[in-house]
Every structure is written in C-alpha cells, then in structure tokens.
Design a protein around this ligand. Structure first.
Ligand SMILES: [Zn+2]
Length: 334
C-alpha cells in the first residue's frame, strides 16, 4: 500500500456543488429533463475553458439538484469518495444562494446535506461539517442576508461562514459587518483571498474580516512581510494546487508556492476546491504535491494535523480526529 493511501487526510476547502460527480449530474439531468450537453461531454467530463465558462458549467450542473433528497445524495456521494481516499474529516462550502435558485429553503437544503453526511459517516466513520458561504460579487446586503439565515436557523453541522465568489469584486470592508455577526454567533470564518487577487487582497481580508483561515491565500508569497505576518499570526491557508493550475494562476505544480510557503513556516493544508471540474481529488492533491516536492510520510501527516487543528468542529471531535490521525503512525507503510 502506498503512502498516498495510508496517510489520513482532511479537507477544509471544497464547494459541495462543485464536487458533483458528472455521472450523478447526468442521471439527475435525465430524470428532470434538463439539457446539460453544453457543459458535460460524452466522456463524462465537464466542459469549460476559462473562469467565466467554468462558472457557467458550475451553475448548469448545480441546477439539477432540486430537492433535499438530491442534496443528501450529493453529500453522501462526495463524503464516501473522500473516505475511500483515506480522509477522516471534510468541510464543505454550501451555498444558500444556489439552494434559493433551486427553489429550496435554507433549512431543507441544510437538512438534505446533513442527512447525506450522516449516512456516509455511519458506513465510513468520516466526520463532516458545513461552511455556509456568501457570494462576494452579489454584494454586502446579500452576504449579510446569508449570515442572518445561518444564525437564525442553527444546525449542529453548520459550523462556519465564508466568503467566495469573485475576489476582484467588492472590498472586504463591505463585508466586515457580516463577518462580525458570524463570529459573534460562534461560527468559524474563512474568506477566499490571494487566488486571483495579490497580497493586498490577502491583507485586506485579514484586516477587515479578522479571519484565521484563508481560502487559497497563496499569492501572499509575493510579499515577504505578508508571509511573515501569516507565520506570526498562525493563519492557516486552504491551499488548492490543482485548482490553481486548472484556472491558470500557476502554469505548473513545480512553480506553485505551496512548498515554499510551508518552508517559510506558513500553516498550509491541501484541498480539492471543485474536484471533478479540475480533474482532481483530495488524494491526488496529496500525492502530486508529495511527488513534486519530495515530501515524506511525516510531511503529509503534518498537513492533515494542521487541517484538523484548524477545523471548524467541537473540541471532543477534534481530539478524536487527532487520535485517529496519530494511530496511522503505528501502521507500517510501504
Ligand atoms: Zn474555493
């Protein structure tokens, strides 16, 4: 058995609609009479060529999920696949705006997803949590509405709040109030920054949103002082190398700063973002980074430990996960 399979893994950055396997989308599309041929080819691969067409493919694929049972199936499928790759924990971004577009209330959306997470856990012991996201380019009123909905309808598996969408749209100052509300309600917070935006975008997210975790954050590498700040403040980066390469942020994994950031002492985790759209999985992220940068078994264990320490879960769950992680050291590898 290879290291890639025996290292327990944890995912902190994956959009649930973006994790929809093409076969599942096709099956639901046929059932609902939705034409997805423009975004899904005959070989079961998503069709897109740039960020705009990626977002379009994403929205069309998401549109086939319409009932709590559809979302339960989506969550169960994703978490089972994650567990099959050795993951013991996963957090997914959920998008109340997508649920609304599908005609579902926030509560039924969350209950559907939670049912799927619980079903996967029963069989595989994988722990799952949800992070509700506001869409940055929809503006501050929309993002505040999402926070109010989340806080007003608490669910034990919805433990975080995040900001996604176009990083180049809207200054983080506009979302400071929404993040304050989320933090006061006890939710963990994270924001996408430092993917398409440079170091200024990362600094602004830290200043105005007061997050301890950043989605991507990798372009902080362009500013030495900022890298030092990430180290000093123990900010955790949800790094998604495969996504960055698929979307052209970097041309090749060799040139991706994940290893350099880690060497500088930044806390990094590995994640798949929108796996089937980017031809990746969490397991592939671990194995390709390990191969490219010559990481050891212990290096990979450290990455999972960082993820579990930064997870938006309760302390008893964190302790259990850390025990499970450490027990992997007893298993001979190779
Ligand atoms: Zn993302």
């Amino acid at each position: 058995m290879s290291d890639a399979i025996t290292v327990p893994k944890a995912e902190l950055h994956c959009h649930i609609e973006g994790a929809a396997p093409p076969t599942l989308v096709k099956r639901l599309a046929e059932k609902r009479g939705v034409d997805v041929s423009a975004v899904l080819n005959g070989n079961g691969k998503y069709i897109w060529s740039d960020f705009t067409t990626f977002l379009k493919a994403y929205d069309v694929a998401s549109s086939v999920f319409r009932t709590p049972a559809d979302y339960a199936l989506l969550a169960e499928t994703y978490f089972r696949m994650l567990a099959a790759e050795g993951a013991i924990y996963g957090e997914v971004f959920i998008s109340p705006d997508h649920a609304q577009a599908a005609g579902l209330s926030y509560r039924s959306y969350v209950e559907g997803l939670a049912a799927g997470i619980e079903r996967a856990k029963t069989d595989t012991a994988i722990e799952g949590r949800m992070i509700a996201i506001g869409v940055r380019h929809f503006g501050s009123a929309s993002v505040e509405r999402v926070v109010k909905e989340v806080v007003g309808n608490p669910h034990p598996l919805v433990t975080g709040f995040g900001l996604a969408g176009d990083e180049r749209s809207g200054h983080p100052a506009n979302f400071a109030k929404a993040f304050r509300m989320a933090t006061e309600a006890g939710l963990g917070t994270t924001a996408h920054a430092g993917e398409f935006g440079g170091p200024d975008s990362v600094t602004a997210a830290l200043e105005f949103l007061r997050v301890k975790r950043l989605g991507h954050g990798v372009r902080a590498i362009e500013d030495k002082d900022l890298v030092k700040r990430l180290v000093d403040e123990e900010i955790v980066l949800e790094v998604c190398p495969g996504s960055n390469i698929a979307l052209g942020v970097y041309t090749h994994l060799r040139f991706h700063p994940v290893n350099m950031l880690r060497k500088e002492g930044v806390k990094i985790t590995l994640n798949s973002d929108d796996p089937p759209f980017f031809g990746t999985t969490l397991g592939k992220e671990y194995s390709s980074v390990t191969e490219t940068f010559g990481w050891s078994f212990d290096d990979q264990m450290d990455v999972t430990r960082t993820a579990i320490e930064a997870a938006f879960c309760d302390e008893p769950t964190r302790t259990r996960l850390l025990v499970r992680l450490e027990s992997a050291r007893q298993v001979p590898t190779g």
